[in-house]
Design a protein around this ligand. Structure first.
Ligand code: CMC
Length: 489
């Protein structure tokens, strides 16, 4: 049968068959009746299959994709699962002894799913963020950072006993080995605290060599507790180092964020008494930063973790990725930008510069969110609570003006550029007396629970292999090497 025979319905089959046309191999669907009208399907010159009765594209219930390789005329059918096809299935296309088959070129993973994950859900178009199914707004409003960390790591909210045990364990692992303190003291007075943090977390693996037993659940648990517990200590000590102040040891009577504030700001008082509003604001900020599915730093943790290295080394990779100005370093860049703009009046000229491509509006835009980042909405609200204690940051006015102008400007509207989590967080951090260099540290501390939740998922996932992307080689081949003694004559 050929597609040109379509006027004769009688010999159309009940199940789909392939037919040969002058164009290519096409799938011909079985006939269906709609009232008195028989529907039939024919090949269309534009390579899509349309009904010649309704003109609609052919739709079937099959969750597959049919691909025709125009180089050979071969057709391939690949499964679609959860809106994705497997890159390995594409590898079968055109595969021969001389050809490794088709691959996907996707620098920056803009449209590649690297894993299946049940940790964090994001709908970037709608501006939705959920941890383990719970909306970020509810967690920020009513939970604590350690409860959220438990949720991320264990997949469900803790019972009272589980919570108390978890908090107890984290609280009693906040101290770090004295030799690590010596390592931190060895840094230059002006060392960037992120550099100090990433090297000290990397160094932790040498204090706990058993950490490389990543298949042992108890060993994993111990390292997870240690890392979540010690991050505030290391972050606070990096902060004190820059100020030339003595390091403050943890106070286990205080909550996670209160203790962090104590290690940051305590001087000669026998006991630090943190302002509960500031401790709460920090708690909210920590919850908002705890996880964000497959971002650059999480991808770094997973990529390095896929070699089955210990979790300290994997998390160190995450800290390094977070350090960059396009990722966690953006909040530092936002504050520097606001300081440079200085006053509300300078905003229009700055925006023009951004539109002319001279620079980026830091704290705006997101790979996933094409709407207001839900975390930015919560942070904006938290600003008010903090400024009530600290007084209003004068740069708030500049930030608000930037936001107002950008949200109305066609350049930003067309590209769906909205404020992200970093746009307002820097203002709070500055009001809390943190220098910009500390901002990314304040991101890394809470993100540790997310990195570890993702790492756990990775090491238990039988589908995961060592991360090893392909390349498209564009360089020279088979050159003859000329020794330097001859080249440099
Ligand atoms: N200011 C001006 N133009 C921008 C900005 C910005 N902040 N962000 C994106 N664009 C433009 C970009 O020039 C491009 O325009 P065109 O199509 O004309 O070339 C278009 O928007 C798409 O940008 P992109 O760079 O292809 O988008 P991306 O998904 O690769 O980058 C981003 C996402 C977050 C790196 C980027 O928006 C950016 O650099 N933002 C500023 C840095 C920032 O705030 N980063 C924090 C991200 S949220 C916290 C975190 O998860 O770490």
């Amino acid at each position: 049968m050929t597609a040109s025979q379509h006027n004769d319905y009688s010999d159309y089959p009940a199940t789909p068959v392939k037919v040969k046309t002058g164009l290519a191999n096409v799938t011909l669907l079985s006939r269906r009746g709609r009232g008195d009208t028989k529907l039939e399907w024919v090949a269309h010159p534009r390579d899509r299959y349309f009904s010649d009765v309704t003109g609609d594209p052919i739709v079937t219930d099959k969750q597959t994709l049919t691909i025709r390789d125009n180089r050979s005329g071969e057709e391939y059918e690949v499964e679609i699962t959860d809106g994705s096809i497997r890159a390995a299935d594409l590898g079968k296309i055109g595969k021969s002894d001389d050809d490794p088959g088709l691959s996907v070129y996707d620098p920056g993973f803009t449209n590649t799913a690297s894993t299946r994950s049940a940790v964090t859900y994001i709908d970037g178009e709608k501006g939705i963020l959920e941890y383990r199914g719970y909306p970020i707004e509810q967690l920020a409003e009513s939970s604590t950072y350690l409860e959220v960390a438990y949720l991320l790591i264990h997949g469900e909210l803790p019972t009272k006993e589980q919570h108390d045990q978890w908090v107890h364990e984290i609280t009693f692992h906040t101290f770090v080995h004295e030799n690590l303190k010596s390592q931190l003291q060895g840094f230059r007075y002006d060392a960037h605290p992120m550099g100090m943090l990433l090297s000290s977390v990397g160094a932790l693996s040498t204090f706990y060599p058993e950490a490389n037993k990543i298949k042992d659940p108890q060993v994993r648990h111990d390292q997870i507790v240690r890392m979540i517990a010690k991050m505030p200590t290391l972050g606070a000590w990096a902060f004190r180092h820059a100020q030339g102040k003595p390091y403050v040891y943890p106070d286990n009577d205080l909550s996670y964020t209160e203790n962090f504030l104590s290690m940051l700001f305590r001087m000669s008082e026998p006991k630090y008494d943190p302002d509960p509003r500031l401790a709460k604001a920090l708690e909210v900020l920590f919850i908002l930063h705890a996880d964000h599915e497959q971002n650059a730093s999480t991808n770094a943790v997973r990529s390095v973790g896929s070699s089955q290295v210990d979790p300290y080394s994997a998390v160190t990779a995450g800290i390094a990725a977070l350090y960059g100005p396009l990722h966690g370093g953006a909040n530092e860049a936002v504050l520097k930008m606001l300081k440079r703009i200085k006053t509300k009046d300078n905003v229009p000229a700055f925006i023009e510069g951004v539109k002319n491509g001279e620079e980026r509006l830091m704290g705006f835009g997101h790979r996933v969110y094409k709407n207001y980042d839900p975390r930015a909405t919560i942070i904006k609200k938290a600003c008010d609570d903090v400024f009530e204690v600290t007084g209003v940051n004068p740069l708030l006015e500049v930030a608000q003006e930037l936001e107002k102008i950008a949200l109305e400007d066609e350049y930003f509207v067309k590209r769906k550029l909205y404020p992200n989590v970093d746009f307002y967080s820097g203002l709070i951090y500055e009001a809390l007396q943190f220098p910009p260099e500390m901002f990314t540290v304040l991101f890394a501390i809470p993100r540790t629970s997310g990195w570890l939740a993702q790492w756990l998922e990775l090491v238990d996932d039988p589908e995961q292999k060592i991360a090893r992307p392909k390349q498209i080689y564009t360089g020279a081949r088979q050159l003859d090497f000329v020794p330097s003694s001859e080249r440099w004559k």
